[in-house]
Ligand binder design. Structure first.
Ligand code: B12
Ligand SMILES: *[C@@H]1O[C@H](CO)[C@@H](O)[C@H](O)[C@H]1NC(C)=O
Ligand SMILES: *[C@@H]1O[C@H](CO)[C@@H](O)[C@H](O)[C@H]1NC(C)=O
Length: 425
């Protein structure tokens, strides 16, 4: 009998372990929150997704957040203005900017852009962008940007109680129904999650005037898709979509407990420093705090805990490893021509460092980057551009497995064959 008690006790302690103590969970959240707060001093354009996550957190550094909001209103605003002037679509970034402003309870009607010869406020311009996106779907059966940004646009308008044409929302319902949230061959769980939050918001606010049965069917299909994407380790889609997937499930009314598989999976990944990119933290942290972008709809910014104090840290300067690893880089162009290069790089280098090293060897390898919210995006290789306007991009894989990180985040720890292929999606 005593044995049995001991065994049960052991089992209980083993099974409760992955969930961790309340103390260790709080420490993890604080450290993620601090890392995000520290990232606001990084050079480059301010990132509205980071502001949004800081504002959705339970703990704040109100002065730093106000400073960052200012930066958004100047630098990001200017950048979006120049995209508008150059007639580039701004759906996603404008939507995120709107969500960021909303998260600070900022009066959005005061933010305006010059469009052609007149001035339009942010939400009006976003609404017009959505009309253009919709027209593009009608003609080309896909949005001007992508369904992730399309859904982000709907969500941003919805949390500010802006009603769009039923046709605009209906396109997301149809796409969900047809399983159209794909990038190439793979389903984008990030996109299902964003679409779920957008449609749920419309449902909750009574903004959708179309067929309610259809809306409900789409929502349950999206929910099922997200739940079905759960891997044995608890992640939904991959490590980087789980945060948005959990946010969507919470928004759609699921009871995602603190110790649910996906929460545990995210905390484990966070402890293993998988989320070192601030953009990744910005999508995970709200989920880990059991909140979602949908809560912006009723956010009031009252009585916030101004308790986050940045401890100064001594930046650790990584010492390059003295061990070299051999990397083979195979470039496959749009005409299927293959060029193989090789380079030895210090173990632990990023793929970007490896590509830079290869470039300096003057063996014909060249490349170009474009900045994005996730960091540098590889846009051109050996003089060939993979244009998003042609729905092409340089797909990255290692030893036959697609990378889940970009060139500056992916680290080379062992000898491997990197394939960079001009791919259509
Ligand atoms: C749509 C999309 C794409 C499209 C973008 C083009 C388009 N017009 O649709 C395409 C198919 C090109 C793409 C490519 C890749 N993607 Co992608 N993509 C997305 C998605 C679903 C939405 C991005 C978006 O529109 N954001 C909204 C706008 C406002 O933000 P933005 O930063 O301005 O958007 C641009 C950049 O994000 C850029 N982009 C897209 N993906 C990636 C990935 C990286 C690493 C970088 C630096 C930039 C970048 O394209 C966007 C449109 O111009 C996100 C999901 C998410 N959670 O964010 C994944 C996501 C960002 N992608 C991801 C990955 C891994 C990739 C690839 C590295 C895949 C691969 N193995 O090759 C490549 C990039 C390779 C390269 N050349 O550098 C990961 C990044 C995770 C991480 N830790 O870095 C995400 C989070 C998906 C996931 N859960 O795994 N992607
Ligand atoms: C609403 O959609 C459902 C499901 O597609 C359909 O059966 C029903 O006839 C539609 N109702 C109306 C009024 O169009
Ligand atoms: C404000 O927050 C403090 C601490 O979080 C709490 O004790 C207090 O009751 C709150 N006051 C209001 C009006 O919500």
């Amino acid at each position: 009998m005593l044995h049995l008690v001991v065994i049960i006790g052991l089992l209980a302690s083993v099974s409760s372990k992955p969930c961790g103590t309340a103390e260790s969970k709080r420490e993890l959240l604080t450290s993620l929150n601090m890392n995000l707060l520290r990232s606001v001093d990084n050079p480059g354009l301010p990132n509205p997704s980071i502001h949004l996550a800081l504002r959705l957190s339970n703990y704040h550094s109100l002065a730093k957040e106000a400073e960052y909001l200012n930066k958004l209103n100047n630098q990001l605003h200017n950048d979006i203005q120049s995209s508008i002037t150059n007639s580039q679509p701004v759906t996603g970034i404008l939507a995120l900017y709107g969500l960021a402003l909303r998260s600070s309870c900022y009066d959005l009607t005061t933010i305006t852009f010059t469009v052609g010869d007149h001035s339009e406020n942010l939400l009006t311009h976003l609404k017009n962008q959505m009309e253009q996106e919709k027209e593009h779907i009608v003609v080309n059966r896909r949005p001007l940007t992508n369904y992730y940004q399309y859904s982000l646009g709907l969500l941003s308008l919805c949390v500010s109680s802006i009603k769009v044409h039923n046709h605009v929302s209906h396109k997301v319902i149809v796409a969900a129904d047809k399983n159209d949230f794909k990038l190439g061959e793979t389903e984008s769980i990030d996109t299902y999650a964003m679409a779920g939050m957008a449609l749920q918001c419309e449902k909750d606010s009574g903004l959708y005037m179309g067929n309610f049965t259809e809306l409900n069917i789409a929502l349950s299909e999206i929910k099922k898709k997200i739940l079905d994407s759960r891997r044995p380790d608890g992640h939904m889609g991959n490590e980087f979509s789980t945060g948005l997937a959990v946010q969507a499930l919470l928004a759609m009314g699921s009871d995602v407990a603190d110790c649910a598989d996906s929460m545990v999976a995210m905390r484990t990944a966070a402890r293993n420093n998988v989320y070192h990119n601030p953009m990744a933290i910005s999508q995970m942290l709200p989920a880990l705090q059991k909140t979602s972008y949908l809560t912006l709809k009723s956010k009031q910014c009252l009585n916030e805990s101004d308790s986050l104090v940045l401890a100064s840290t001594n930046p650790t300067v990584p010492v390059p490893s003295s061990i070299n690893v051999h990397v083979i880089v195979k470039v496959v162009t749009s005409s299927k021509a293959e060029v193989v290069y090789s380079v030895d790089v210090p173990k632990g280098s990023s793929l970007l460092e490896a590509l830079n090293l290869l470039k300096t060897k003057n063996v014909g390898f060249t490349f170009e980057l474009e900045p994005s919210l996730w960091g540098p995006f590889l846009s051109s290789v050996d003089g060939e551009q993979a244009r998003q306007s042609d729905r092409r991009y340089w797909h990255l894989s290692s030893d036959g497995t697609a990378l889940t990180e970009g060139v500056s985040d992916f680290k080379i720890e062992v000898a491997q064959k990197i394939r960079i292929e001009n791919t259509s999606y």
